[in-house]
Design a protein around this ligand. Structure first.
Ligand code: ZN
Length: 168
């Protein structure tokens, strides 16, 4: 039931339930994560890559899911303002009031109708359900090597599978 939508500057991202905590921000020692995010902020001159706003920035990790291999790959980082970042993580919204605000923001930034916004949401819900059906193996690409031993057992098992497939 994929709807045809106009180009969206700001999309809402599905995140599989099982890999919610598998983010570099969670797993790296603070100093290392700070170096990465400051680099990302400088790279876009402290402007949001989606709406162009200045101010406090957030470093968003963007992921790609390969259904054939079962791997999810960290593709890169985006420098985003708070509103754009929160909207990307619409599903983490605290309550229905916050969801309503984020949804309105989504419509404004993308200049789409309410119906088009609902279509996008339905689409993402569907992707989310599909992603939840399996346990993804997380790959942080070039950052794999410095994932610390404090990662959870499940996360470490994922890295082991990636780096030593024979033990997977
Ligand atoms: Zn923004």
């Amino acid at each position: 039931m994929n709807m045809v939508l106009p180009f969206l500057r700001l999309t809402i991202e599905p995140i599989p339930r099982n890999s919610r905590r598998a983010t570099l921000a969670n797993l790296l020692p603070r100093g290392q994560w700070d170096r990465i995010r400051r680099y990302v902020y400088r790279r876009s001159r402290y402007h949001c890559q989606i709406c162009g706003r200045e101010g406090r920035m957030y470093c968003h990790e963007s992921w790609q899911f390969n259904e054939q291999t079962g791997y999810q790959y960290l593709m890169g980082f985006e420098c985003l303002c708070e509103a754009c970042h929160k909207t990307k993580h619409y599903f983490f919204a605290r309550d229905s009031q916050e969801r309503a605000i984020l949804f309105q923001y989504f419509l404004t930034i993308n200049r789409v109708t309410r119906q088009q916004g609902v279509d996008h949401l339905m689409n993402v819900y569907q992707q989310q359900r599909k992603l939840n059906q399996r346990e993804w193996i997380v790959s942080f690409g070039e950052h794999n090597w410095h994932i610390p031993a404090t990662a959870t057992v499940r996360q470490r098992r994922s890295y082991a599978k990636l780096n030593h497939p024979q033990y997977g």
